[in-house]
Design a protein around this ligand. Structure first.
Ligand SMILES: *Cc1c(COP(=O)(O)O)cnc(C)c1O
Length: 233
């Protein structure tokens, strides 16, 4: 199957899952996760109409996406992997959204680097909801502290849009569901606490679990393998 065929198939599955969950049509966005895949595959996806891509390593993303921008393509890039402080400067130049905001010091660095280049960037707060993945906020008060600073206008270059999580890597559907439901509950809670902020996006669901994520309220699925094939590390 070509990238284009895979994209069509995934879009159909997303649309079926929206219908099954009585969700609004086209309410779920597709982030095509192109990490470890070459430029040519990304171009194939862009030519098939895909706009938003996800990468987890800044160095790799910088090489590929700088080239794409130079070639005149206009993809949007989401950074979805854990982000080191010294990579933030490059990340904010190429990305439209950082989905993996997981600590206060990172928010501070993103603010600093975005201020320098006078750019606003969307952010999602990554939440640790499952036992197997280590990434994301684990302490709700620490999360609340960062969100409070956003609400107080301390990070004028950050635009919070919602939350992101990775479900545990397991076959156990109940466990995966628990993770998604936890993110949805968090969204409800923080939306009520911080009505001035926008938490409308829930980035959850990958190749193996996206229909369930959509059933649980996902608005953004991050899909790699099902579009680009297995990754060669
Ligand atoms: C790699 C990755 C994905 C995509 O996973 P697939 O199983 O290939 O769809 C999604 N989210 C994050 C954070 C990732 O690192």
């Amino acid at each position: 199957m070509t990238v284009k065929e895979n994209l069509l198939k995934i879009k159909k599955s997303i649309s079926d899952a929206e219908k099954a969950a009585a969700r609004t049509e086209n309410s779920v966005k597709l982030v095509a996760v192109s990490k470890f895949h070459p430029l040519e595959k990304i171009i194939e996806a862009i030519d098939a109409g895909q706009v938003v891509f996800g990468e987890n390593r800044v160095q790799e993303a910088k090489e590929k996406f700088t080239k794409l921008f130079e070639m005149g393509y206009k993809p949007e890039l989401h950074i979805i992997g854990s982000l080191q402080r010294n990579k933030v400067k490059d990340a904010v130049k190429i990305a439209s959204c950082i989905e993996s905001l997981d600590r206060l010091s990172l928010a501070e660095e993103i603010e600093k680097q975005c201020a320098k280049i006078e750019k606003k960037i969307q952010v999602l707060f990554e939440i640790h909801t499952g036992e197997e993945s280590k990434a994301g906020f684990t302490d709700e008060n620490e999360l609340r502290n960062v969100i409070q600073l956003c609400a107080d206008g301390k990070f004028p270059h950050l635009e919070p849009k919602g939350f992101m999580t990775m479900a545990p890597n397991t076959e156990n559907q109940e466990e995966i569901k628990k993770s998604f439901v936890a993110l949805k509950d968090l969204q409800k809670k923080f939306s009520a606490e911080f009505p001035v902020l926008d938490f409308s996006e829930l980035s959850m669901g990958m190749s193996g679990d996206f229909p369930l994520a959509i059933e649980c309220g996902s608005t953004m699925v991050r899909i790699g393998t099902a579009i680009f094939g297995e990754r060669e590390y």
